[in-house]
Design a protein around this ligand. Structure first.
Ligand SMILES: Nc1ncnc2c1ncn2[C@@H]1O[C@H](COP(=O)(O)OP(=O)(O)OP(=O)(O)O)[C@@H](O)[C@H]1O
Ligand SMILES: [Mg+2]
Length: 538
């Protein structure tokens, strides 16, 4: 079957008329030699574009990979792909899944995997044959710029054989042209760009300064199906917080009658006598779920399922559900805009924020979505206090009122001066911030270096990896020096033997590599700059 015929066949079977960006991207995919980068807002049906690559693989008897950064997302895409394969007349078993947790049909023709799995296979090409691989889809491709894991995407791009076509998808890429130029220059891959700007389901943003989370959620759950603002995904940035917020929702009225009956029926079937099982089951009965990476997959999957059926009103989650996930969340609630260990919290980066916002209001389920953000409880107490305090005029002569005002002043709530608080201003900035630019983040980790050396002892190859990073020249040079230092250490400790023998080192201590994060105060190097425009501003 020719590409033209495949394109027609694919377009003919679409369940709905494609959005303009989908049409453009599909056309680009079926005509381009080497692939496409698709940049379009959250909830614009990028999955339907991605499926074209898998459709093609199934029809041409080749292999295609679909990678995502998250386990829950991989599971969701796996299910969608299986359903599509069946719809296209193939077997469900033609689609496989591989994550760190679970393997299903690991030798199938269409493989939905967590990104690390693909890299692993690329590093072991003796065991995994890529000659039949026709395409790799990288969903949530902005992961390339993740400070810890980005190197996985970067190396995968570097190592993928040239005949493999690429379909890169993201809602949050701030420098698509710059990235494509780099990919062409450094990796000899010419990708086309399909870009869309319009979100199909508009989002309404609300900063709620004066309502505790419990009250807010009760308000959101009021009303009929059309007016309720639940189901809601409530984001917290640590696991304990998820549990404690979920516990604190005990006894609140968050459900409708019908929802309760259906939910109880499903919960009755759950046999969870151990660990967090009983506690979670009890919560689920109240319409509240918890979802984070510390939960066993079997629990997470039930939470996802119940939420998908709109039986849960609220799911407390960490970033495990932050990107790509397509759930009937009418709202998302951000319980915090900062993240990190106590005392060292930082405002989350705009891309993560936009990904989280984007979980609300998805085309299949809603015509409008809502994003709520709340301040820290200390600040809510302050606002509530101030309102009471200000009700008594400064000029009052009434002795009773004067006394009352004085006593209120003594009860003024305080902030903890070690805590980092966040404000409406931070929320506004996150909303307005342009998507972050993609560039290489983090040094080459020791583990990967060791791995690369094991796969091929040719140091020059590894130097090339570093030379080709998406960074400015000073950082490339610093990266090269860092690599040399790392190699010297491995050599001195006799993990590897360098040939030719290097001259004796003067300073073998590894220095931390230059940071590339935006706005870093401790930059050892000048702000990151590329040819035009610069890349450090994002
Ligand atoms: N052309 C269309 N018309 C109507 N609904 C659509 C169309 N294309 C996709 N959808 C629906 O939109 C929803 C969101 O799609 P999808 O998850 O693919 O979005 P996305 O662009 O990948 O978002 P994200 O960036 O958050 O991953 C799905 O439920 C899908 O069924
Ligand atoms: Mg998606």
């Amino acid at each position: 079957m020719t590409r033209d015929e495949l394109a027609t066949k694919y377009l003919d079977q679409l369940p709905y008329p494609p959005y303009p960006v989908q049409e453009e991207a599909l056309l680009a995919w079926f005509t381009s030699e080497q692939g496409v980068l698709v940049c379009a807002p959250t909830g614009t049906g990028k999955t339907m574009i991605a499926q074209a690559a898998l459709f093609e693989a199934l029809h041409t008897n080749t292999v295609a990979y679909y990678t995502t950064p998250l386990i829950a997302l991989t599971e969701q895409k796996f299910q969608e792909m299986q359903a599509s394969a069946e719809r296209w007349g193939f077997r469900r078993d033609d689609v496989g899944l591989v994550t760190g947790n679970r393997k299903v049909n690991p030798n199938a023709r269409v493989l939905v995997v967590v990104a690390e799995i693909l890299l692993n296979r690329l590093l072991h090409q003796d065991g995994f044959d890529f000659s039949h691989v026709s395409a790799v889809v990288m969903d949530e491709f902005h992961s390339f710029a993740d400070p810890e894991r980005g190197i996985v995407w970067e190396l995968s791009l570097n190592m993928l054989p040239k005949h493999v076509r690429l379909l890169l998808l993201s809602a949050t890429v701030g420098n698509s042209m710059e990235f494509l130029n780099w990919l062409d220059r450094m990796h000899g891959r010419k990708l086309e760009l399909a870009e869309g700007r319009e979100r199909k389901v508009p989002l309404t943003y609300r900063w709620v300064p004066d309502e505790f989370l419990n009250d807010l959620l009760v308000d959101m759950a009021k009303g009929d199906d059309a007016s309720r603002k639940v189901p809601a995904l409530v984001f917290a940035f640590n696991r304990d917080e998820c549990w404690s917020i979920a516990e604190q929702l005990k006894g609140l009225d968050l459900m409708t009658g019908g929802q309760k009956t259906a939910l109880n029926a499903q919960c009755d079937k759950l046999e969870w006598p151990h660990g967090v099982g009983p506690k979670l089951k009890q919560m689920l009965r109240r319409g509240v779920g918890v979802h984070h990476a510390g939960l066993l997959p079997k629990y997470r999957r039930v939470v996802e399922d119940l939420f998908e059926q709109k039986l849960l009103s609220v799911a407390l989650c960490t970033e495990t559900l932050a990107s790509g996930i397509n759930l009937p969340a009418r709202s998302v609630v951000l319980t915090s805009l900062v993240k990190g260990p106590f005392g060292k919290e930082k405002v989350i980066d705009p891309s993560s924020a936009h990904q989280i916002f984007g979980r609300a209001g998805r085309p299949q389920f809603d015509t409008e979505g809502f994003v709520y953000a709340v301040p820290h409880d200390d600040d809510i107490r302050l606002v509530k206090w101030k309102r009471q305090y200000d009700q008594i005029p400064e000029t009052t002569k009434d002795p009773g009122l004067i006394k009352q005002k004085k006593s209120l002043l003594k009860k003024k709530p305080t902030r903890n001066n070690q805590r980092k608080y966040w404000t409406e201003g931070d929320f506004d900035k996150l909303k307005a911030a342009p998507p972050a630019r993609l560039y290489s983040k983090g040094p080459l980790p020791w583990r990967l270096l060791a791995y690369l050396l094991k796969v091929s002892p040719d140091v020059e190859k590894i130097r090339t990896v570093v030379k080709k990073r998406l960074l400015d020249q000073p950082r490339i040079e610093a990266g090269m020096k860092q690599l040399d230092r790392m190699l010297m250490i491995l050599h001195e400790r006799e993990f590897v033997r360098l040939e030719p023998e290097p001259p004796p080192a003067e300073d073998p201590t590894p220095q931390p590599p230059p940071r590339t994060g935006e706005g870093e105060k401790s930059l050892l190097l000048p702000p990151l700059r590329f040819g035009e425009g610069g890349a450090g501003g994002g």
